[in-house]
Every structure is written in structure tokens, then in C-alpha cells.
Design a protein around this ligand. Structure first.
Ligand code: DLZ
Length: 171
């Protein structure tokens, strides 16, 4: 294989095949920018199921907007643990599209830090399913809704299975 066989951007080949058949996965998605969110959630579920995760082991919850993702994610983890159906990984999904004020910057920063902190506080992998787009077109591209687009939800689904197995293997 030459150096030219590797792409510069994007997620590389997986190190091994990950079997998700024993995993329980939580998806928490915002309801803002609904058409983009729907495509991302679908893409994630396609990859989860392709890795063997059973339909009945994928729990989907919603929150109003991306700002609510960190607390909504923590709440779902706790609620599932309380019901004796603990999750192995969570995938919060939100789409922020820059407007004319500073809202975008504050929410993007708060949510990124909130989700990173949450996974260490709760010791469970939390995937970063937040698109931070400068334009609507960028959001559509990254949800695979344009001809040249790619659905990032698919990458997040695969990342969720890999990180859940890695977490299980370490415990
Ligand atoms: C208020 C707001 C704005 C302006 N833009 C977005 C956005 O692009 N994507 C998103 O998910 N949520 C947005 N919100 C809503 C906030 O995330 C939050 O739901 C509200 O401020 C209530 O806390």
C-alpha cells in the first residue's frame, strides 16, 4: 500500500470488526433543524444495525434543542440504569446552524464541553454527534442530503459500536 492509498480527510478504516449484538445504545436528538436531524439519526441507526445492534436495544429520546443535549443525555443514561436496562454508549445528535448573533458560538462551545465532561463524569462513551455548520448547505451536505454529501450519522453509529466494545473490554 502506498501513501497515496490513504485519504487525508475523514474517518479511516476500522482496526477490526466490532460486534454490536450485545450492546444497548441510546440516541438523544435535538428537534431543531428537523430534516437534517432525521437523516443523521437514520444514518446512525443503519450503521448500528449493520454492526449487529438489535432494534429493541436502540433507545431514542428527544430534547428541544442542542443546548439541552448534555443534560438530556445524562438523564437518559440515569433513567435506563434505574430501569435495569443500562446503556453501553450514548449518541447525542444536534445540528447548529450559524445565524447573525453569537448564539451559535455559545451553544457550540457549551455543548462540546458538556458532552466531553459528561463521558468522564459518568464513565460511559459519549459520541460527538453535533454538526456545527456555517450554512444550511453545509448541514445538508453533512447529513448526506446533497449529491456530493456524506451522512456523518453513519460515522457516529460506527463510532458508538467501537467505543462501547472498547469500554466493555476495559471493564
Ligand atoms: C435558540 C437556538 C438557535 C438560535 N439555534 C439553534 C440551532 O441551530 N440548533 C439547535 O439545536 N438549537 C438551536 N437553538 C435552541 C437551543 O439549543 C435551546 O434549545 C434553547 O435555547 C432553549 O434552551
Amino acid at each position: 500500500m502506498s501513501a497515496f492509498d490513504h485519504s487525508v480527510k475523514g474517518v479511516g478504516a476500522v482496526d477490526r470488526v466490532y460486534d454490536g449484538s450485545n450492546l444497548r445504545v441510546g440516541i438523544v436528538h435535538a428537534r431543531w433543524n428537523d430534516s437534517v436531524i432525521s437523516a443523521l439519526v437514520k444514518g446512525a441507526i443503519v450503521k448500528l444495525e449493520a454492526a449487529g445492534v438489535k432494534k429493541e436495544n436502540i433507545v431514542v429520546e428527544t430534547v428541544p434543542g442542542s443546548y439541552e443535549l448534555p443534560y438530556g443525555t445524562k438523564t437518559l443514561i440515569r433513567q435506563q440504569a434505574k430501569n435495569c436496562t443500562p446503556l453501553d454508549v450514548v449518541l447525542p445528535i444536534g445540528v447548529l446552524i450559524k445565524g447573525s448573533t453569537m448564539h451559535f458560538e455559545y451553544i457550540a462551545d457549551a455543548v462540546s464541553h458538556g458532552l466531553m465532561k459528561l463521558q468522564f463524569d459518568i464513565d460511559l462513551p459519549v459520541i460527538f454527534g453535533l454538526l456545527t455548520c456555517l450554512t444550511e448547505h453545509q448541514a445538508l451536505q453533512r447529513a448526506g442530503l446533497t449529491e456530493d454529501g456524506h451522512n456523518h450519522g453513519e460515522d457516529w453509529g460506527s463510532a458508538a459500536v467501537e467505543m462501547a466494545i472498547k469500554h466493555q473490554n476495559a471493564n
